[in-house]
Design a protein around this ligand. Sequence first.
Ligand SMILES: NC(=O)c1ccc[n+]([C@@H]2O[C@H](COP(=O)([O-])OP(=O)(O)OC[C@H]3O[C@@H](n4cnc5c(N)ncnc54)[C@H](O)[C@@H]3O)[C@@H](O)[C@H]2O)c1
Length: 322
Amino acid sequence: MRVAITGAGGFIGRRLADALRARRSLRGGAIERLMLVDRAFADPPADPLIETIAGDFGQNACREALAQTAPDVVFHLAAIPGGAAEADYALGRNVNLEAPLALFDRLAKPGLVVVNASSIAVFGTPLPRAICDDTLPVPTLSYGAHKLMLEIHLADLSRRGTLDARSLRLPGIVARPSAPSGHVSAFMSQIFHAFAAGEAFVCPTRPEGAVLVESVATCVANLIHAAELPAARLPPRRAFLAPCLRVTMAQLAAAIWRARRLTGAPPVTYAPDAKIEAQYAAYPPTTTQIADALGFHNDGDVDALARNVLAGLPMDGADKRI
Ligand SMILES: NC(=O)c1ccc[n+]([C@@H]2O[C@H](COP(=O)([O-])OP(=O)(O)OC[C@H]3O[C@@H](n4cnc5c(N)ncnc54)[C@H](O)[C@@H]3O)[C@@H](O)[C@H]2O)c1
């Protein structure tokens, strides 16, 4: 089994690569080679399983180098995030749409399993009053529009037998590193970093602003589960919502604070930004019938989510008091 990850140096990609290295098997076979693709690698893992391909997969040379490794499974994670794609339309269109179309034209072979990281950003503002797998996606960000186009293209290639794709519409995955990333949704992660460090947090939503979230550990488990599923179990649309939790920012703050075993009110103040809240913190109740039936999981509840996330973060401020 030869497995590739595009965007392998990113937030989710690194964790996915670690999980695959630890498992060393996928779809019932041993992983013989794990190909990591990203623009550059500062500290690739020293493991004979790993081959790094540093470059822009929008360029022919990078796609060709990956094609030469003959992957059986591709986790497609490389992307320009929503805020950055909105600010630079040409870059977002290239990386989020045109380069993946060219990549899968080049890699296509019957049975090639593609796990595509799509996004709940396929739903635009104003957000629907409820979201399920049958809710009409009407994106209002170029990022969401390009994610939707790629989902449809991969479903069509799957119908034609050119490859075998499954697109997971991911919610907000927490907690991404605190460095600037171009993700407008970064506030969902920053609250974890602030509280882990024992610091106060200014939230750009109202306390009742509702987000859809999943820990990165659960996200990685779900991406691997997506790869393991046989094509016969997948719906023809090939794209569906990933399981997630809908929580208000006040509930999230309280749960992180409880998970830190700290008493009193969590040190959060609310300075709502209407634009941020409309796209990222006004989510309605969401059901994920397809993913549930296929055996995907969410984190369980907001307390388990907080524990799962904090378990992966340094607790620099463990003894600090605010
Ligand atoms: N993190 C989330 O909350 C979230 C939510 C929904 C969907 N997603 C999707 O999941 C995937 C992974 O997200 P992430 O948070 O790890 O993103 P990330 O921004 O941390 O990582 C993306 C990686 O792609 C790489 N990349 C970008 N353009 C490239 C190019 N032209 N050639 C090679 N590499 C390139 C970047 O260098 C980066 O390492 C993305 O497709 C994203 O849209 C993420």
